[in-house]
Design a protein around this ligand. Structure first.
Ligand code: ADP
Ligand code: MG
Length: 238
């Protein structure tokens, strides 16, 4: 298991600062949900943790290791996106094994990891199909499967359920939480859905305009929002 530490991190695009001195500590095996309006910097923050975006200043640590300059593929991190772009011309098995193939893992290992992940996610019957032959929920599972085969200690989710219908979102919430428990991963989960945040989070981080507005357990924030913005966002009675 690994903690994630974000220490005084800033991000500047051109001449515009979009992340301002953000500090967040995610404990080992914690499930932290980042919420905030569109454009407040949630995805940028996740992408910096993943190493898909450089940080302008500050430090990001995975466990005890400062990863500021570590390339994405060498961080112990898996990321699940909202637009789970699966490779349309590859079957599900190959989609799930692709990142291991890129890392030149032996075929026997790829086979084993993909089968394990498929078992965990109930995807065994679909391995030979193409992405177009799966439902939205199944495709989302494949996206998680691609993350699973990596054996990552830290999972990052960027609005993974926002393309699914309401009923499936509820099912997938439970599945993602169950996976988090079973694999003992540390998770940072971005959503703009208050219900998702309230039901899934150990702690919620509320962001606004590239800053952390308030951090706390769901009920704590709901009962004692620090200001009107947080109250509005979480739908607290005011
Ligand atoms: P969120 O995920 O909370 O909706 P983002 O992290 O995507 O927000 O964006 C935060 C801010 O950074 C926005 O103002 C966005 O326009 C800007 N931004 C994001 N990526 C880039 C980029 N590659 N170049 C310039 N500006 C960007
Ligand atoms: Mg975003």
């Amino acid at each position: 298991m690994a903690s994630v530490t974000i220490r005084n991190v800033e991000k500047v695009f051109g001449s515009i600062k979009v992340i301002h001195g953000v500090d967040i500590e995610v404990a080992e095996h914690e499930f932290v949900v980042l919420v905030g309006p569109s454009g407040c910097g949630k995805s940028t923050l996740l992408r910096m943790i993943a190493g898909l975006e450089t940080i302008s200043s500050g430090d990001i640590m995975i466990g005890e290791r400062v990863v500021n300059k570590v390339p994405a593929r060498d961080r112990d991190i898996a990321m699940v996106f909202q637009n789970y772009a699966l490779y349309p011309h590859m079957n599900i098995f190959d989609n799930m094994g692709f990142s291991l193939k890129l890392r030149k893992r032996p075929k026997s290992e790829i086979d084993r990891k993909v089968m394990e992940a498929a078992e965990t996610l109930n995807l065994r019957p679909y391995l030979q199909r193409s992405p177009a032959q799966l439902s939205g929920g199944q495709r989302q599972r494949v996206a998680m499967g691609r993350a699973l085969v990596r054996d990552a200690q830290v999972f990052l989710f960027d609005e993974p359920l926002s393309n699914l219908d309401a009923k499936l979102r509820v099912t997938m919430r439970t599945e993602i939480k169950a996976l988090h428990q079973r694999l003992k991963t540390t998770s940072v989960y971005v959503t703009h859905d208050q219900i998702e945040a309230m039901t899934m989070a150990d702690r919620i981080v509320v962001m606004r305009d590239g800053r952390v507005e308030q951090v706390g357990a769901p009920l704590e924030l709901y009962d004692r929002p620090g200001n009107l913005f947080v109250a509005d966002f979480l739908g607290s009675p005011s």
